[in-house]
Design a protein around this ligand. Structure first.
Ligand SMILES: *Cc1c(COP(=O)(O)O)cnc(C)c1O
Length: 388
């Protein structure tokens, strides 16, 4: 006998509806996979280069190098910038671990920066503090990795204004924001190097791991190209750098080519869903803030719960109603065991606060109006209960 729950949800809404997306494009995906199985070029097959051209055309970057995942994309970009021991690279603390991890993996020191209470992206004022912290610790500040959290580009102009006097390069960690724009420029062209991820849950995802590096600089592009394939030179058995095996599978490229075709339409739907969420929720919680002249691709729709609300209870009540929610991120990186010893720009009070109050609601291009109504009605009801 199975235990019977007290409340049987009459709907269960997927957090990210990849099944509905697959149903929408199934014949095209299956034909694309079949073509790869037939030609058999599983590594660096024609789809890999076709995808790179299409991604370049999509965002306007001169060079796109696909790779194995978003974390390796960061490692490749850092290696291309010749980052190493004794150097400080500034990263937000309120992000996915990969941003800081890549810095540590290449032997440099991640220095944690606070985020803005409005956009949750890197705070340029805190970056200034972090630069002084690094200098006092005897480190050489070399670069900064802003993260486009939840799909909204960081404030690149403001970050550049702080970094330029110190000759800092910028690597944009755009794992969550491919397809977004900043002051009429596309993600992929906002920094000397941009990295993204095609992890299935990202706005543009494949059916496994994948990533890419974007740059307008031919020298950097050639380095990344070599590094992703064991530091190869003119031919496969000439090695001119210590590199990685960090190529994108042909199968994943073939899948991405099909998904890229519907991506503009999906971005529009995500933006409509986000607008609907905001119109329903703006009076009860802190809804996401998108800067003027900036668009988000809504990797997550993340609200901040009011003081005094028990987040664990809210999550449990939502789940009882068949609505999954997620906490991105429950702990800032400077509070993680692996990263606790690295320098920070002071207390990082905003990161700490956000970790206690954020909650992400279901988001994909495949949620209908009734689902949004149900999610927001339930959420408002649950919050009222929580306040009582
Ligand atoms: C997902 C993500 C990554 C890492 O991407 P993978 O493809 O999972 O390696 C890096 N940075 C951020 C901000 C991410 O969200």
């Amino acid at each position: 006998m199975h235990p019977v729950p007290n409340t049987i949800p009459f709907v269960t809404i997927p957090f990210i509806n990849l099944k509905a997306q697959y149903a929408h494009i199934q014949p095209a995906i299956e034909a694309a996979i079949q073509r790869v199985l037939t030609h058999g070029a599983y590594i660096m097959g024609p789809e890999v280069f076709a995808l790179e051209e299409q991604l370049a055309a999509f965002c306007g970057a001169k060079h796109v190098l696909s790779c194995s995942n978003g974390t390796d994309a960061l490692v490749l970009a850092l290696r291309a910038q010749q980052v190493g021991p004794g150097q400080a690279v500034f990263v937000p603390s309120f992000t996915f671990a990969a941003t800081a991890e890549a810095v540590a993996l290449v032997g440099a020191v991640p220095v944690f920066v606070d985020c803005l209470p409005t956009t949750y992206n890197m705070d340029p004022t805190s970056l200034e503090v972090a630069i002084r912290t690094a200098q006092r610790a005897g480190l050489k500040p070399v670069g900064v990795i802003p993260v486009d959290l939840f799909g909204q580009p960081a404030d690149y102009d403001a970050i550049k204004a702080v970094g330029d006097p110190h000759h800092l390069w910028i690597i944009a960690d755009s794992a969550q924001s491919f397809g977004a724009t900043y002051k009429n420029r596309n993600v992929g062209t906002l920094a000397a190097l941009t990295t993204t991820s095609f992890f299935p849950a990202k706005p543009l995802g494949c059916y496994g791991d994948g990533g890419a590096v974007f740059t307008d600089d031919e020298g950097l592009a050639n380095l990344v190209k070599s590094l992703r394939c064991h530091g190869q030179g003119q031919d496969r058995y000439e090695n001119v750098h210590i590199g990685l095996n960090a190529r994108l599978d042909t199968l994943q490229a073939a899948i991405l080519i099909e998904k890229l075709k519907i991506f503009p339409e999906e971005i529009q739907k995500r933006q409509q869903i986000a607008a609907l969420y905001t119109s329903c929720l703006q009076d009860v919680v802190q809804v996401p803030y998108v800067m003027p002249e900036v668009t988000s691709v809504w990797a997550q729709y993340t609200v901040c719960l009011p003081e005094g609300i028990d987040r664990a209870k809210v999550i449990a009540h939502m789940e009882e109603a068949g609505i999954p929610t997620m906490v991105y991120y429950p702990r800032p990186l400077h509070r993680q065991k692996a990263y606790a010893a690295y320098p920070t720009a002071g207390r990082l009070a905003v990161c700490e606060k956000l970790a206690t109050c954020v909650l992400s609601l279901p988001m994909s291009g495949y949620i209908n109006r009734q689902d949004i109504q149900y999610i927001t009605d339930t959420f408002i009801h649950v919050l009222k209960k929580g306040e009582a």
